[in-house]
Structures are given as structure tokens and as C-alpha cells.
Write a protein that binds this ligand. Structure first.
Ligand code: CP3
Length: 375
């Protein structure tokens, strides 16, 4: 493994540095990326959405010293430290960059903050054409902390892949239009239904920002990207197809040539899984409401699945966790590739030891006799 460069640049030229070539090749063959490509794996890979977060005492300690969530996301040393924290505790098969979906919005100058216990709050919500002016294109110089953080992470992580991410177009739009977290996204849907021209103009701008944000992460060394369209499950398939799919498709197409694994996830998206796979990712994430064997029937052929243990199960006794995890694994075997995860983020009250035990349990239960991973 390479020594960490404290926020410095990525080691110079991959062609003249043997270690880098080895690291890159080993990362490519990691169980996580093999599962994304639907190739045989030595064991089912595991990571957890929100694995770095309030469930970890060391995260709470690191955050205490900083003023705000967004300030933490803009500090390369802190981003590196927090991203690595879960890797020190759990034998997870991927790291996810510590950031937030509203980071690129703030980077282009949107008046957005993350209020503790509430979520993203926007100063001047988007309601009219003129409000779009706050959404200019994102340049690498708008996120100067991103490349140093990712470079040092990739060096530290060795063969473990780093997942970059961005918010999906609907979810970003929902925060901008509502101005604050909303249960049913009424104003967002009213805009989508009532003013499709403004809606598509808004989503086109958000898609441009998202593509730049992801491309910067990929250039810096992320080997997978997840598009979190967390709240899109509030739409019907017909509305999703017309109002969101073209934009999500454009995000995945823009990254198609980079060779990174592309993942797509939303909550309550059981009825949208087919359309979300049509958007073009290698992997579709599934929440706990639809079993993985049913999800297999809903996504396009050639799509791997990620999920889908209910995060609340981790608050139940261990024998329940074990039984439920076993059920996820057996249904996951019907997928062309399966990455074990929760159906949404780790709940803050989750005991870290349960995540550690669950990670090892999934690995033990799925280890293949044949070390090549052939089933
Ligand atoms: O998964 C990870 O470990 C990476 C970190 C990550 C964060 N946000 C850090 C964070 C990721 C992937 C996100 C994405 C994100 N942010 C999403 C999509 C994923 C999902 O959960 O559906 C959404 C919808 C947001 C918006 C957002 N940011 C919300 C709703 C909140 C929670 C507000 C609260 O206090 O309950 C945030 C804040 C946030 N982002 C926290 C973390 C660890 C918690 C706040 C804190 O630590 O102060």
C-alpha cells in the first residue's frame, strides 16, 4: 500500500510507477468491482450506505471539532479520515467518499446548508425561470478539496475501491424546489406536472453539474460511482419516464467511456426498478420493500443488484439479523451479480459491532470453495 499523501496530489505517472499499476489492477479485480461486472466472486462483497456517519463514535468525535457538515465535506484531511473510519472497523469491500449530495450545489454558489437533524435547507428555492441563474456549470476549481481528498484516499485504500457519488436529478431538484426536506415532494411534483419546460430546464442544469462532479471524482481515482436518486420513488413509472429518465440516462452515458462501475439507487423505487436499469447503470440498488428475487425480474438483463436488508433489522437481536441476512443472500443468488448492502443508510442508533459482525457473516456464508470464485 502506498504511504498517504496528506492531501497532496496523486502519485505522478501511473506508467512509470509499478505500485500504482498493481494497485489499479488489484482494484479492478476486487470482489466489489467483479460483482458490479457480474463476474464470479470469491465471496459476496459488502458495503453499507452511510457506513461513515453518526453510528460511529469516532465520526461523532471528528465532527464535533468542526462547525458544520458542509465545512467537513470541504476539508480534504477530514474527508479522508472520515471515509477511512469504517474501513478500520469493518471488513467492507468498498469505501464511499465522505461528502453530501448538496456539495456540488453549494460549490456553484447555491445558498444551501445542512441543518443538523433536518437536512439540506435552501435559502432561495427554485420556483421561477429567473431562479435557474443560481445553477451555473461546475468547474474543477469550484471543488478544490475533492481531488486531494480522493488522491490520498486511493493511495491509502490500496486494492479497495472508492465509490464516488452524486445526487440524482429528481432528489437534487426536490431540495431546490421545496427549500427543505419534504415527505411527499408536493411542490416539486407540482412544478413537474404544471411547468414541464421549467422542470426540464432545471434538471438539465442539475445534470450538467452532476456530470462534472462525478467526472472530477473519477479523474481523481474513484473506481465506481453511485447516483442516489433517493426520493424519486414518489413518482409513477409514467412520470419517471417522462420527467427524470432522460436526465439520469445522460449522467450514465457521460460516464460510459470511463470504465468505472455505475450504480443507481432510490428509496421506495420498487415500481421504477426496470426504468432505473434502463437509465444505464451496471448495478441497481434495491430498498427492503421488494425482495431481490423479485427485483431480478424487474430490471433489465445484464444488471447486477445491490441491497437490501432493512436498516431497522440491525436494531433487532443478532439471531434475527442473521436470519434476515441469510434470506437476502439466498434471494440475491438469483441475481447476475449481488452486492450486499442495506436497503437504505445505516441508522444513527446502529451498534457498530453489529455491522462488523454482519460483514464477516456475509463473507463467511458466501465464501466459494474454489478460490477463483467460480460457482
Ligand atoms: O454513505 C456514506 O457513508 C457517505 C456519506 C453520505 C452523506 N450524505 C453524509 C451525510 C452520503 C452518500 C450522503 C448522500 C445524501 N445526502 C443523500 C442520498 C443518500 C440517502 O441517504 O438517501 C441525501 C438524501 C442527502 C441529504 C442529507 N444530508 C440528509 C437527508 C441528511 C441528514 C440530516 C440529518 O441530520 O438527519 C444529510 C446530512 C448528512 N450527510 C449526514 C451525513 C453523515 C448526517 C449529518 C451529520 O453528521 O451532521
Amino acid at each position: 500500500m502506498l504511504p498517504s499523501s496528506d492531501g497532496g496530489s496523486r502519485p505522478a505517472c501511473p506508467r512509470c510507477c509499478e505500485t500504482i499499476i498493481c494497485v489499479t489492477a488489484a482494484t479492478k479485480e476486487s470482489p466489489f468491482l467483479r460483482a458490479c461486472r457480474r463476474q464470479p466472486v470469491p465471496y459476496t462483497p459488502v458495503w453499507f450506505m452511510r457506513q461513515a456517519g453518526r453510528s460511529m463514535p469516532e465520526y461523532r468525535a471528528a465532527r464535533k471539532k468542526r462547525t458544520s457538515m458542509l465545512a467537513a465535506c470541504m476539508n480534504p484531511d477530514l474527508v479522508t479520515e472520515i471515509t477511512l473510519q469504517p474501513l478500520r472497523r469493518y471488513h467492507v469491500d468498498a469505501a464511499i467518499l465522505f461528502s453530501d449530495i448538496v456539495v456540488p450545489l453549494r460549490a456553484v454558489g447555491v445558498d444551501v446548508d445542512i441543518k443538523p437533524g433536518i437536512g439540506p435547507v435552501v435559502g432561495r428555492p427554485v420556483r421561477r425561470d429567473t431562479d435557474l441563474a443560481q445553477l451555473r456549470r461546475l468547474e474543477p476549481s469550484d471543488v478544490p478539496y475533492l481531488t486531494p481528498a480522493i488522491s490520498s484516499l486511493v493511495a491509502e485504500l490500496g486494492s479497495t475501491p472508492l465509490i464516488g457519488f452524486a445526487g440524482g436529478p429528481f432528489t437534487l431538484a426536490s431540495y431546490l424546489v421545496e427549500g427543505a426536506p419534504s415527505k411527499n415532494q408536493e411542490r416539486t411534483k407540482a412544478l413537474l406536472y404544471g411547468n414541464p419546460r421549467l422542470w426540464h430546464a432545471l434538471l438539465a442544469r442539475l445534470t450538467d453539474i452532476t456530470i462534472s462532479f462525478l467526472q472530477i471524482q473519477v479523474s481523481a481515482g474513484a473506481s465506481a460511482v453511485q447516483l442516489f436518486d433517493s426520493w424519486v420513488g414518489t413518482l409513477s413509472p409514467e412520470d419517471y419516464r417522462a420527467a427524470v429518465l432522460p436526465h439520469s440516462k445522460r449522467v450514465f452515458q457521460a460516464l460510459a467511456g470511463t470504465g468505472v462501475a455505475r450504480l443507481h439507487f432510490g428509496v421506495g423505487t420498487g415500481e421504477l426498478l426496470g426504468l432505473m436499469s434502463e437509465a444505464g447503470p451496471e448495478v441497481v440498488g434495491v430498498d427492503w420493500r421488494v425482495s431481490l428475487d423479485e427485483a431480478v425480474r424487474r430490471v433489465d438483463i445484464g444488471t447486477a443488484l445491490q441491497g437490501n436488508l432493512d436498516p431497522a433489522v440491525l436494531l433487532a437481536p443478532w439471531d434475527v439479523v442473521e436470519r434476515r441476512a441469510q434470506d437476502v443472500l439466498s434471494r440475491g443468488r438469483t441475481a447476475e451479480g449481488h452486492i450486499f448492502n442495506l436497503g437504505h443508510g445505516v441508522l444513527p442508533e446502529t451498534e457498530p459491532d453489529v455491522l462488523a459482525r454482519l460483514t464477516d457473516y456475509v463473507h463467511e456464508q458466501t465464501v466459494q470453495e474454489d478460490a477463483t470464485g467460480t460457482r
